[in-house]
Design a protein around this ligand. Structure first.
Ligand code: HEM
Length: 499
């Protein structure tokens, strides 16, 4: 066959394959009767493109606005915002007479993490022991007990920011970087009993934080590659493409990788209640390599979610000065000095709590779809049979931004959590920012305690103003699993009033 003939035959064959696949998906696929636009049902290209652009959360929300509670977002994938789906998809024993849980969809969770059978990607039998041990370190009680660690680093952060301010170094600062470094030190200490002196770098991001931002981006793209048509994935597996386990590369990078290894190797000599590695090693049932990977994941998860979360609250408070005044008044009236602000003492501050909730609703730092794979026999979700092999998930972003469930869903309104009658019809009971069922976020107590503590300390000490660079579009961001980070530039001032 001549080159010319090949040049004609190959494209024609490819186009015919793509078209016949699209026709099958639209007219013969078992999901053909689920609502959704034709371009999403015909091929995965549309959804993959939106994920690649980091815009899928907005795109899926638009589809739910147009098509309702369940939408076909790709040939074999359904997205739900029906609250009944929380139990049907994520609930323990929701199917098969009490014996079944839908497994995590490995393309998203497994591929990016090198299919490493860790806390985030292991199937339900393998992960049980890991989660049981990890949960001990994350219980509310244990965290309040370890409050001193968080308080120590939060105070160090405030003191450094203040010093910098008093030396006249502060004009506008990127507070996201300061908080990113602080979270690295807190999570280093909580997980492996070691900080990295990151707080003392002020606004200069520590290398570990920078490499974690990169890791998350790369992990997201590796996960995305799994969904390319098989012809491309087969090409990628050819020996001419380097085969590297991206997750292994990032999790071994110095100084964090060696620090984790050293911590695991010295377990026996340490105070037994010291850190999360201790809890993971306690029963001796989990191998060291898994503990190493889980330690990395626990530090990465903190660094990649908490700073963005805390910054989003600061942004909304600064954008609405009346809210900033209310939140800071609550803190300044409740405490006389920084010493009094601790994880235990910040538990009962209703206004702070309402801000923590409202930012999780409006700008959650976890924007993935929580996908699960339907087992071969199929299951019933919200009264409809869904065939085996389908990927299903609640799209939390669409649920928490839907006018079906929330009044003014695009607006930051802490009062909706405080019994304001204007928001009496909001469906707060559908709000599950940390997921549902056995795979709920292991760190849900930690997130609220840590974010509340750091915010309270900032609001006690400083007044702030948003820099002009952080306009109304600041919250509009891209991202696949977590939003891409962007600077939050603020001018820090000594506080006025209540001192
Ligand atoms: C505001 C911050 C956070 C939010 C909104 C959040 C949200 C979530 C959600 C929705 C899930 C469930 C995923 C699913 O069901 O497929 C999850 C799982 C998980 N999260 Fe978080 N997370 C946050 C911070 C953290 C932090 C700081 C850590 C670690 C220190 C962490 C560790 C984990 C782990 C290990 C899992 C997997 C649990 C399992 O599969 O059993 N998360 N998170």
């Amino acid at each position: 066959m001549g080159v010319l003939t090949l040049g004609v035959v190959v494209p024609i064959t490819l186009v015919s394959l793509i078209l016949s696949n699209a026709v099958f998906n639209l007219y013969f696929h078992p999901l053909k009767n689920f609502p959704g636009p034709w371009f999403a049902g015909a091929s995965r290209l549309w959804y993959s493109l939106k994920v690649f652009q980091g815009r899928h959360k907005y795109a899926i929300k638009t589809l739910h606005d147009d098509y309702g509670l369940v939408v076909r977002i790709a040939p074999n994938e359904l997205s739900y915002i029906d609250p009944g789906a929380w139990n049907d998809i994520y609930g323990k024993n929701a199917h098969h007479n009490g014996s079944h849980t839908l497994e995590k969809e490995t393309g998203t969770f497994g591929a990016g993490f090198g299919n490493s059978e860790t806390l985030v990607d292991a199937d339900s039998t393998t992960y049980k022991a890991q989660k049981k041990n990890a949960l001990r370190g994350f219980s509310h009680q244990e965290l309040i007990k370890k409050g001193g660690i968080m308080t120590f680093y939060a105070d160090d952060f405030i003191q450094n920011l203040k010093n910098s301010f008093e030396k006249g170094n502060l004009g506008a600062v990127n507070i996201d970087a300061w908080i990113g470094n602080t979270i690295l030190d807190i999570h280093g200490k909580l997980v492996i009993g070691q900080d990295f002196g990151a707080i003392h770098r002020g606004p200069l991001l520590h290398f570990i934080v920078k490499s974690m931002h990169k890791a998350v981006t790369v992990i997201q793209y590796v996960a995305l590659l799994q969904y390319l048509p098989r012809v491309f994935t087969s090409l990628l597996s050819l020996p001419i493409f380097p085969r590297r386990d991206i997750f292994a590369v990032f999790s071994n990078l110095p100084p964090l990788g060696p620090a984790i290894n050293e911590r695991i190797a010295t377990e026996k000599g340490l105070d037994k209640s010291s850190d999360m590695v201790h809890h993971m090693m306690a029963e001796g049932t989990i191998d060291h390599d898994t503990i190493r990977k889980n330690s990395f994941i626990l530090i990465l998860s903190g660094v990649e979610t908490l700073p963005g979360y805390i910054c989003s609250i600061l942004y909304y408070l600064l954008e609405n000065p009346q809210y900033f005044a209310k939140a800071s008044n609550e803190i300044r009236i409740s405490f006389q000095s920084q010493d009094e602000i601790t994880p235990a003492s910040t538990q009962d501050l209703p206004y702070l709590k309402s801000c923590l909730n409202e930012a999780l609703r409006l700008s959650p730092p976890f924007v993935g779809a929580l996908p699960r794979r339907v087992p071969p026999a199929g299951v019933t979700i919200c009264g409809q049979f869904v065939p085996g092999g389908t990927i299903v998930g609640i799209h939390n972003w669409s649920l928490t931004h839907s006018t079906r469930y929330w009044k003014n869903p695009e607006q930051f309104r802490p009062e909706r959590w405080l019994g304001d009658s204007a928001y009496a019809d909001d469906k707060r009971e559908y709000f599950r920012p940390f997921g549902f069922g056995p795979r709920t976020c292991v760190a849900r107590h930690l997130v609220i305690i840590e974010a509340g503590l750091i915010l309270a300390k900032i609001l006690f000490e400083f007044d702030m103003e948003l820099d002009a660079s952080c306009g109304p579009r600041w919250p509009i961001n891209r991202g696949h699993l977590v939003p891409t980070r962007q600077p939050l530039v603020v001018t820090v001032k000594s506080r006025t009033g209540n001192k």
